[in-house]
Design a protein. Structure first.
Length: 336
């Protein structure tokens, strides 16, 4: 099937660290290319020096990543950084989350993430909206988080990047209402939302509410994460034990509403093109993050078999929605 539009292409990518239990970069890239992917999103890799988040790699290790990308003829769709997945204030709330002073965080982690994006050729930096003290979210904390994110987005914009703020449980930006409030405070087009329906279902939202939140967030969505989750009962507690989540399923089999969501994406394709083109982007990314065998706070695992199942499930929904995409073909194989 041909990609949906000549001016904005649909790209299927994925967090390929979910393929390899050891995070070996060769295993990740070999399976990704065998499945037909032309793009990957980088999060954890092992280039022979042990598994690390991509932000922890030194320049020599990044050279190896670049060489492997060329070897396997892959491009980087997004950098799956943990930026913003730290405490907003230095409060002992019983969690294992760490706190980083704002200025130091910007000048070390954020600037390093931007430099790595530029080096690896992606304009998409995935990040988060900071942890409030567990169980509390005041007006002051919302404004403080927005101020921190504004500084991150300014740096990204100056470097020609967009900052994708992922919706996720336990963070200040955990649902449509909170993300929209942050967006209003920041007021910068380089801030976009990374929509993830499963991350709403894990908070107890059912499909109809996930789709309502998608509709509210659609004008700000920059790309999608693709995973699904079976319904759970919503509780009074706002805190979600991410280590206990174990009902991830191939997309379309849970409550995240991706069949309807992808149809809506197709119907509003021109709007996404108009939003992304000013940032120099000519593709819209669907990032597989299946978590089919294990999920957690900073990543997950699906195995090569689970990742293949997840990709085929997504392809079926894309065909159903008449959303054109392209996978690697025979003519693109690099022959010796």
């Amino acid at each position: 099937m041909e990609p949906i539009g000549s001016d904005l292409q649909l790209v299927v990518s994925g967090f390929c660290d979910e393929i390899s239990s050891s995070k070996n970069i060769g295993e990740q890239f070999a399976v990704a290319t065998a499945l037909g992917l032309t793009h990957v999103s980088l999060r954890f890799v092992d280039v022979g020096t042990g598994p690390k988040n991509v932000l922890q790699l030194n320049d020599a290790e990044l050279d190896i990543v670049s060489e492997k990308l060329v070897e396997y003829d892959l491009r980087v769709a997004s950098l799956g950084s943990p930026i913003g997945k730290v405490k907003l204030v230095d409060d002992d709330d019983g969690s294992a989350n760490v706190f980083r002073p704002a200025d130091d965080y910007l000048q070390v982690e954020v600037d390093r993430a931007i430099a790595i994006c530029r080096r690896l050729g992606t304009r998409r930096l995935r990040g988060f909206s900071f942890y409030p003290p567990r169980g509390s979210l005041s007006r002051d904390l919302m404004e403080m988080a927005a101020a921190r994110i504004r500084e991150i987005v300014k740096r990204c914009s100056a470097a020609g990047l967009i900052f994708g703020m992922e919706v996720e449980a336990n963070l200040i930006g955990h649902d449509a209402a909170s993300l929209l409030e942050i967006i209003e405070h920041v007021d910068d087009a380089a801030l976009v939302v990374v929509f993830d329906g499963a991350n709403l279902v894990t908070q107890g939202f059912r499909k109809e509410d996930v789709l309502r939140q998608w509709e509210r967030l659609r004008p700000h969505v920059g790309w999608l994460h693709v995973k699904d989750y079976r319904a759970i009962r919503r509780t009074e507690s706002a805190w979600i034990d991410e280590a206990a989540l174990n009902q991830y399923v191939p997309v379309g089999l849970g409550e995240a509403g991706y069949p309807e969501l992808l149809g809506d994406l197709r119907d509003h394709w021109a709007e996404f093109a108009a939003k992304l083109h000013p940032h120099g982007l000519t593709d819209f990314v669907l990032d597989l993050e299946p978590h089919l065998k294990r999920g957690g706070q900073f990543g997950g695992y699906s195995g090569p078999d689970g990742f293949g199942v997840a990709l085929r499930a997504l392809m079926g929904l894309l065909d159903q929605a008449k959303l054109g995409y392209r996978l690697r073909g025979w003519s693109e194989l690099r022959l010796i």
